[in-house]
Write a protein that binds this ligand. Sequence first.
Ligand code: GTP
Ligand code: MG
Length: 354
Amino acid sequence: RSLKWQLQCRSDIGRLNAPFLAIYESLIPPEEEKAKQKQLLTLLEKLVCREWPEARLYLYGSCANSFGVSKSDIDVCLAIDDSDINKSEVLLKLADILESDNLQNVQALTRARVPIVKLMDPVTGISCDICINNLLAVVNTKLLQDYAQIDVRLRQLAFIVKHWAKKRGVNETYQGTLSSYAYVLMCIHFLQQRRPAILPCLQNSALTPHSPPSWGGLCLIQGMEKTYSVIVDDIECAYFDQVEKLRDFGSRNGETIAQLVWSFFSYWAYRHDYASSVISIRTGSIKSKQEKDWTRRIGNDRHLICIEDPFETSHDLGRVVDKFSIKVLREEFERAADIMQYDPNPWVALFEPY
Ligand code: GTP
Ligand code: MG
């Protein structure tokens, strides 16, 4: 491994930008898909309000965080402001309501880690999962969406990484690989770490340590106040959300998408310290497993790759990874890094189905 650390980026990397940008663009959902999602949400609101007039529906996940590719399912959260509800009962009732309105494939999964009702709307052709009172997911969706507004390279990189992960079969939490949410956190963290930084740390009220000192001085100091703050499940979720003021944050860094894809995979293949590091977008830094007390297996949490949730800080998104799947993941990172280094047309092999 150590030899490969030294590798310099290939000299023809500029040639690879256009093909990667074309792949990114082909994955962006067309406007009519957004309109259909809205249409389905309106229908669901109408049905839900009849039974629970005070309830609200929120879109979350990739249909609302800017990282959704074309033809994704949508994730909806039903928020009922009542701590006494029995989620299983609500889900079963909801499934009844949906079924009698001709929605298809309605299924209540009351025993899942996040209990949901699944459905397919025959009118729009969209599939949807509805969960109950999962407001942290709604808030972390907003955080991701806000990061996406700052620099378009985040959305480009995350689309390429998610596309790669799906094609290579390493986006399956039930098989011990990582969720899409985890991959987006990895991309945000990676762009926070570039020099000069491409993304700031929105949750850090202090100055981002590695941001260029000359960069919009005044704006930066005022800028990192916590302009958004909510308390969800006893967790304070607060950060600077006036991201329109940060639009030129990354402009001192001229790296293009092909360089970033190359560097992202070489980081996760050869430079990340799996034995002792935790990536944290909350602090915009790398923390040690020691300070998080993530050094040993507790129950099913093995901490073989550590990705701190930005709000539930005791939560490691890598907890699903076991001693078999860590090997699969690392081999895939190495494969991707080697393709990005040596393959004349890396965009073909990178996305080859496994
Ligand atoms: P695709 O459906 O694959 O396009 O991606 P997605 O962005 O919808 O991701 P995913 O299905 O992994 O998760 C949906 C949403 O659930 C995420 O955007 C998060 O808001 C939330 N989420 C997923 N996993 C976790 C988790 O472990 N902890 C928390 N707090 N939220 C999570
Ligand atoms: Mg989703």
